[in-house]
Design a protein. Structure first.
Length: 221
């Protein structure tokens, strides 16, 4: 079993200590570094080469949002899981737009945080369909001038019709099995469509597909 290399980023030393104790006790996870601010992240990532970064979203100098955007713009970037105290927060949505694989609440039970780290390391998102729907409906309103919508529609236009249907279903928070039943295809075919959408649109995960479908107005039809 490959050990997951994890970097912890939080400005509260007690939170870092708790996370380190909790996650470091798992035989499949190695804590390779800790940072107290987003300004320290780039250097630590270069030095420790983590697979996953568990990132606090609110820090005094460079916040988790900025640090996430900087990390995910890199080639071979580590996966990022955002730590937050809020379910539906505009900063969380912005972090997801930047490529974070999901988020966990700071009061999440330890076993669930461990499971989230494992899922992200395996290339899976850590947002359930229900949470995806909640985020989109509560905190992902389009820009007033419609600029985001027009850009999103131009990107969606690159998809084939079947891929567009899958993107809409992802935006509706449906699982692969639910999409397969709705569109009369196998789960394997759904996964293939999702992979092609990610590649065509240069997206990181299905949460970004959902946000793009929302921005394009496809979830209003």
């Amino acid at each position: 079993m490959n050990v997951i290399r994890l970097l912890l980023v939080d400005d509260d030393p007690l939170v870092r200590a708790g996370l380190s104790f909790m996650l470091g006790g798992d035989s499949g996870i190695e804590i390779v570094g800790e940072a107290a601010d987003g300004s320290e992240v780039a250097e630590l990532v270069d030095r420790t080469r983590p697979d996953v970064v568990l990132m606090d979203i609110r820090m005094p100098h460079v916040d988790g949002l900025t640090a996430t955007e900087q990390l995910r713009a890199r080639k071979e970037a580590p996966e990022v899981v955002v730590l937050t105290t809020f379910h539906a927060d505009e900063q969380v949505v912005r972090a997801l737009r930047a490529g974070a694989a999901g988020f966990v609440l700071k009061d999440t039970p330890p076993a669930e945080i461990v499971a989230a780290v494992r899922r992200v390391a395996a290339g899976e998102p850590v947002l359930s369909p229900a949470v995806t729907r909640q985020l989109i409906s509560q905190a992902a309103a389009p820009e007033p001038n419609g600029g985001r919508r027009e850009k999103a529609r131009q990107r969606i236009a690159e998809l084939a019709e079947r891929e567009r249907e899958v993107a809409v279903a992802v935006g509706q928070g449906k699982s692969n099995a639910e999409i397969a039943a709705q569109l009369f295809m196998s789960v394997a075919t759904v996964k293939a469509h999702v992979s092609r959408i990610l590649t065509k649109l240069d997206l990181n995960n299905r949460v970004q597909i959902a946000l793009l479908a929302h921005d394009a107005g496809l979830l209003e039809d």
